[in-house]
Write a protein that binds this ligand. Sequence first.
Ligand SMILES: Cc1ncc(COP(=O)(O)O)c(C=O)c1O
Length: 344
Amino acid sequence: MLARSDFRSDTVTQPDAAMREAMAAAVVGDDVFGDDPTVQQLEAHAAALLGKDAALFLPSGTMANQVAVRVHTRPGDEVILHEGCHVYRFEQGGLAALHGVQAVPLPGAAGQVPLAALRGALRPDDQHFPRSRLIVLENTHNLCGGVVLPQTYVTQVRDLADELGLQLHLDGARLANAAAASGSSIASAAAPAHSVTLCLSKGLGAPVGTMLAGSREFCSAARRARKLLGGGMRQAGVLAAAGLVALSDWLPRLQRDHLLARQLAASLATIPGVLVQPPETNLVVLTLESAPQEAVRAFLARAGVLCVGFGPGRLRFAVHRDVSEVDVERAVSALQAAMTTGGA
Ligand SMILES: Cc1ncc(COP(=O)(O)O)c(C=O)c1O
């Protein structure tokens, strides 16, 4: 079989030997009864890391976001968010389908809706209008190319939320990347949010799992909502054990992925007809000036280099633990060849 250089997502990593050993050796209980010691250990560790009172282990980032929305809102409420954010774009309309809430999607460069626009979206207290309830931010912002939200912006959004009586949820699927890139702690990046997620199964390399953190009261309501959505797991310590390895072994290594992403971007940028957005973290997004996106992506796949289409004319390469400098060189040569032939 052709060896693959898999840049489709940072979710494609294989659990390493230490994770598999920890999973095999995990002491487990029944987490719905609240007595799985390994899940408890992971939740305590994640709460401290995220600087919150408590944390909850969930199967996925999507479920963690949806649980947070469920806890913060009531049917008929409005959620104000960036038009390109995961909660709005990539969660099957869960806001409406699962919770009966209405989205107010707003534009903004680099994942940042201007403060004036957020303020302008607030509904007056009037019986005709829905109630504005929640602001959602995403850091790093996937669709904007893995960009890091400036901490001053996140803090200003929290101040605004306090002034307007709104809650702030932070989709921090890649918050560890944001913290590594800005040289801050994960806790300080999460501090302004009432609730925050952190995916263990993206750059941190665990096979499954997302942490959702907030106040004790929030997390006890989230535990209930998680059960409703089918996310109550039993001997989940087997999975939590891999998450603990992800936090101890792989969290400190994210800078390496960012460095490799910059190397990839610099080399891809030398190819005629390719415009590369300078990466801030582990995601490299390029725009093809005129070559057909799907033909180029398919050409790369035939050469064993996998990436994803990312909107018209755009391709995304995610750098992660399981890609090496050899994979980067291969991706560059394959794109050079694709651009020479126009993907034919
Ligand atoms: C920013 C962001 N939030 C949430 C998710 C959802 O995570 P999951 O795939 O674990 O549901 C993703 C997935 O890629 C993401 O990029």
